[in-house]
Write a new protein. Structure first.
Length: 422
């Protein structure tokens, strides 16, 4: 039986594994390394975060992105975006260097058993572990607007479903959303000869400005500190004090997690969008149906004024919604025992342990617990060190009795039945 089984091999899973290996834990890591960056992002995309804010975490702090790039003869400078392909290669190097050999099989089910958990791989092998860390990234939580869900993948897809946009060459595509994924996807489509438009609810697009210089006067730094999540004291607190964020009231945390660092495009994609991509702003899709070989969208403006749009394909760059009910790899008993926050995401303790003893969470699914940093690679360092400390505590204490409450006892911290989502 392993001390820890890590499900997922992206930045969070690999960082957790690195810290666990250094702590001497008996460890197994399952999942395709850096799968989101290798399989779900088109060629030509760049990281939005600065290179120095995109490091995976090892206890010694040696395996940084800039160290990898230097070894490859590639520069990693502040203010110069890093290609997604380079970042994916960095993650694979990190996995080879800092983590026990990754088992690339996917996990099909996690369920509780005496003394810990039973984990079933995609080919049916059963593994046992005293603790489990779920670092499943964002793909289980893909969010598509309700009006589009009835259409098949030939007509509607999510922006994360495309490692290659070539199928849309010479076609007509409408991208839904106003954030970086929508804007960069639209730019890539336009540059390959696709007729493309962006449709967004916002009446105007938000663009991030050029990042300030790293070396600034003490007065400038004191007035508006620079962090891995951007400028300003609020962003600095999100980035550097996630433990403090957890002390805020639940309703405040869930609101901030949903609204902070809202949709915006990077400064380096602005010129590629404006003048090249049709922008339909202040509009929302209210209904959709197939029309010939394409899609007919019915839209409404901010004042309710109707509109109709015909397009060949819709790409929904509409983000992710991390709720308990979407953790399908958990058995029904385990999933139903997760206490939930008001937004339906799992409630986690100070060291990322869920309400199911021994089951730890990492990444996007913990953003309402520890703040916006958990939506970005930057949050992996705090998560890895804190979570592994919690795993070691749980191993010392041993498995809790009655780890899966009876159905009538599955209650959240306020005395109401634990929500599995909304």
């Amino acid at each position: 039986m392993y001390d820890l089984l890590v499900v997922g091999a992206g930045p969070y899973g690999l960082s957790i594994a690195s810290h666990a290996a250094a702590a001497g834990l008996s460890l197994r890591v399952l999942g395709r390394p850096m799968a989101s960056w290798r399989d779900h992002m088109p060629r030509g995309m760049f990281l939005k975060s600065e290179p120095w804010a995109s490091d995976l975490s090892d206890p010694a702090g040696r395996l940084r992105l800039d160290a990898y790039c230097a070894g490859q003869g590639v520069t990693a400078r502040h203010g110069e975006p890093i290609p997604v392909e380079t970042f994916a290669s960095y993650g694979l190097w990190f996995a080879r260097t800092a983590v026990p050999a990754v088992d690339e099989r996917m996990v099909s089910r996690v369920e509780a058993c005496p003394g810990g958990f039973e984990v079933v791989t995609e080919d049916g092998e059963i593994l046992h572990a005293r603790t489990v860390a779920l670092a499943v990234g964002v793909m289980p939580f893909v969010e598509v607007p309700a009006a589009l869900r009835g259409l098949g993948p030939a007509y509607v897809s999510h922006s994360s479903h495309h490692a290659d946009l070539d199928r849309f060459r010479g076609g007509d595509v409408t991208v839904i959303g106003g954030g970086q994924a929508a804007l960069e996807t639209a730019a890539l489509l336009a540059e390959q000869g696709t007729r493309v438009r962006v449709l967004a609810r916002a009446e105007r697009l938000n663009w991030n400005g050029l990042p300030p210089a790293l070396e600034r006067s003490w007065w400038e730094s004191a007035r508006s500190p620079l962090s891995g999540l951007g400028r300003g004291w609020r962003n600095w607190c999100y980035a550097e004090r996630p433990g403090l964020f957890r002390s805020l009231p639940e309703t405040t945390r869930t609101r901030v997690a949903a609204t902070a660092l809202g949709p915006a495009g990077a400064w380096w994609v602005r010129d590629r969008v404006e003048g090249s991509v049709e922008l339909l702003l202040g509009r929302e899709v209210v209904a959709a149906c197939t029309s010939g070989d394409g899609v007919r969208l019915e839209t409404a403006g901010r004042a309710g004024e109707p509109g109709v749009l015909e397009t060949g394909h819709v790409i929904a760059a509409t983000g992710f919604r991390a709720t308990c009910d979407r953790l399908a790899l958990l058995s029904g008993d385990v999933r139903g025992s997760l206490a939930a926050l008001p937004d339906g995401s799992p409630r986690v303790g100070r060291d990322f342990e869920s309400s199911v003893p021994g089951l730890f969470m990492a990444g996007l699914v913990t953003a309402s617990g520890f703040g916006p940093a958990m939506r970005f690679v930057y949050g992996s360092s705090f998560t890895a060190s804190t979570l592994v400390r919690g795993v070691r505590r749980r191993l010392r204490e041993g498995p809790a009795r009655g780890r899966i409450p009876a159905p009538g006892d599955r209650r959240n911290g306020r005395g109401a039945p634990a929500a599995a989502g909304r």
